[in-house]
Design a protein around this ligand. Structure first.
Ligand code: DGT
Ligand code: CA
Length: 614
């Protein structure tokens, strides 16, 4: 019988291994495992990608150890062969046939068989214990080869990138055999470059740039279908590298165009199925090409997340199916793969939005028909937190209103700063009253659109609001926020914010945790208590779509929804172009399972005003 799945079960007692499908048809294996009183171990078979990575790592360790170059080359060649296969090695029934693949000799074939059957390789496990194994990290640094890695280790005892950086900064590398000052500088620069690429970058930085690359690639004739994939398609708040997937019959032409894009700074790898570049903006883009019949399966696989994929794959196994990036297979026969819908259907599920694919309950929800009807950009009817040139914004109120109207919105709330936020030329009571008057005049000119009078009032460190209640009462919408003394102890900060929530004039708590992604951690605050206070007082939490904020986070959105708290998705725009950021707010809300009815700025103007108590 042919193995259809990726899961094998091994009994640690008697060592017998059986494919999960056989397990169903031959339950005696299971009984045998249970009877001997040992744990049953589940092994997930390795993908080609995982096996290739191990072979490359072996070659690198051997290289640093100064092994025979032919032996090293053999591992590299084998890994390349495997990466370029158009089927999974795990699907080969007679594993002896692995040795027949071009560039794979008897010795390596045996090791691959061991990996496939046990999920481990003893030779590799032993090799990883070598003193040289940690040095493979050095090979990622431009300017560092295996000889240099061994040299700095053997002479200076350097084992980590941090130690290497320190030694280079102290000028300890120069003078070592073959190393000059120039090489030392190159190594330092290389380390910086690697550290930069290692960082996760904000979604809003990578998204438009990746979109440009996508548009550029769409113009290539050989490209049939194209999509973003990976964390970028799932709209995670930070991205390590951008993934793009293409279907084509002539992959060479696609790859040629990709590595020659005007955005390319450096080509990291170029192959027929996968190429990687580093863009001039300093982030990596991986582009993969598959056959059109596999586009749906590959879109699903490379969109991830890995945790979601593993769940889908094991659902496949339960149904006697193999799900991978090439398609869905019953035995040899492909039963799905052209579209993602087909893939989901094959395992008995409806389509699951990419933003939900994190194995955070989406599969169970899909199985029980309880997937949320997610919020979309088209549901948004206005923006409830924007600034103007009255404080630190760049555009006039009228310009902001016109830009919002052009987006199809029905309303916008001008929420400039209050005086405590010193650098922003905050509105005093007197200026705020003037602004209300101006907005009144503008509203007379605008048709089918309303500018709401608002304020982003500061919650002072003593928990008082920065403007008198008598003034706040005159406004359509009051957004309250913390801008100072972020270091208050948790209890103090929580009480400070709750006091503001309890003020009857406050409608919305803006950027509730104060985080700046990659720059500032959230302040210490008890979000459960904040949310409970919002619920008790009928107040709204803002999902601030400003790219470095995305605050509430996806997880906090989900928590707020569970507690029955309404959300306002607002851009905090400081110029008209910033209104565009709504899409990142909506994406984050989708990741938080938010539906249109959870969001107050999906309401019509009259319903919104009613909710705000106007
Ligand atoms: P990132 O790049 O860290 O922001 O996050 P992702 O999700 O884009 O991760 P990446 O670029 O490593 O891989 C893209 C997708 O490919 C990932 O979401 C799922 C799939 N994938 C990658 N490696 C594996 C793997 O070893 N097993 C499985 N099942 N899926 C994988
Ligand atoms: Ca990625």
């Amino acid at each position: 019988m042919r193995c259809s799945g990726r899961i094998h079960v091994t009994c640690e007692g008697n060592g017998s291994t059986v494919c999960s499908r056989r397990l169903q048809s031959a339950p005696h294996y299971f009984t045998q495992s249970k009877d001997c009183g040992y744990k049953v171990k589940t092994i997930i078979e390795m993908t080609n990608q995982e096996i290739a990575q191990i072979l490359v790592h072996i070659s690198e360790i051997l290289d640093i150890q100064g092994e025979n170059p032919f032996k090293i080359r053999a591992y590299i060649k084998a890994s390349q062969t495997i990466e370029n296969l158009t089927y999974q090695l795990s699907s080969i029934e007679d594993k002896k046939r692995i040795a027949e693949l071009p560039g794979i000799g008897e010795g390596i074939a045996k090791k691959i068989k061991e990996l496939l059957e046990t999920g481990k390789l003893k030779y590799y496990e032993d090799l990883k214990k070598s003193e040289y194994a940690p040095l493979t990290e050095f090979l990622k640094i431009p300017g560092m080869g295996p000889k240099h890695a061994k040299l700095v280790h053997d002479t200076l005892g350097i084992r980590t990138v941090e130690q290497l950086q320190k030694a280079a900064q102290q000028g300890k590398l120069r003078g070592l055999y073959g190393l000059g000052e120039k090489v030392e500088q190159n190594i330092l620069q290389g380390i910086q470059q690697v550290q930069k690429y290692k960082e996760r970058l904000p979604l809003a930085f990578i998204y438009p740039r990746a979109q440009n690359i996508l548009e550029e690639m769409k113009k290539v004739k050989a490209v049939k279908q194209i999509t973003l994939a990976g964390s970028l398609r799932r709209m995670r708040e930070t991205i390590a590298d951008a993934d793009i997937l293409v279907s084509a019959d002539k992959p060479k032409k696609v790859m040629e165009a990709f590595v020659n894009l005007p955005q390319t700074q450096k080509v990291v790898a170029k192959g027929n199925t996968k190429s990687s570049i580093v863009t001039k903006d300093g982030f990596q883009v991986d582009l993969r090409v598959v056959k059109p019949e596999s586009f749906g399966a590959a879109s699903h696989y490379f969109t991830g997340s890995k945790a979601h994929n593993i769940r889908i794959r094991s659902l496949g196994i339960d149904n006697g199916l193999k799900v991978n990036e090439y398609g869905v297979f019953r035995g040899e026969k492909s039963i799905a793969g052209k579209t993602e819908e087909e893939v989901f259907k094959s395992v008995g599920l409806p389509f699951i939005a990419p933003e939900l694919r994190e194995d955070q309950g989406e599969i169970e929800a899909a199985q029980s028909g309880k997937l949320p009807s997610l919020i979309e950009l088209k549901h948004i009817k206005g923006d409830l937190h924007v600034h103007s040139d009255w404080t630190d914004g760049n555009n006039t109120i009228e310009e902001m209103a016109k830009a919002a109207k052009k987006r199809g919105y029905k309303y916008i709330a001008i929420c400039d700063h209050s005086p405590a936020v010193g650098i922003t030329n905050g509105l005093t009571e007197e200026r705020l009253l003037k602004q209300i008057k101006e907005i009144g005049n503008l509203n007379k000119k605008l048709k089918d659109f309303k500018i709401l009078c608002g304020i982003e009032v500061d919650i002072r460190s003593n928990s008082q609001l920065d403007l008198e209640d008598e003034v706040l009462k005159k406004l359509d919408v009051v957004v309250a926020a913390v801008h100072t003394k972020f270091s208050q102890p948790k209890d103090e900060m929580t009480k400070r914010i709750i006091k503001a929530i309890e003020n009857p004039n406050v409608d919305i708590l803006a950027h509730p945790t104060g985080r700046l992604i990659g720059k500032r951690e959230p302040y210490q605050v008890d979000m459960d208590r904040i949310m409970d206070a919002c619920k008790a007082n009928g107040k709204v939490l803002e999902l601030n779509a400003y790219p470095e904020r995305l605050d509430l986070s996806d997880l906090n959105c989900r928590k707020a929804k569970e507690k029955g708290i309404k959300i306002a998705i607002s851009t905090d725009a400081h110029r008209d172009a910033h209104l565009e950021w709504m899409k990142f707010g909506v994406a984050t809300a989708k990741r938080g399972w938010i539906e249109p009815q959870d969001v107050i700025n999906t309401l019509s103007l009259s319903k919104l005003l009613k909710l705000l108590g106007q």
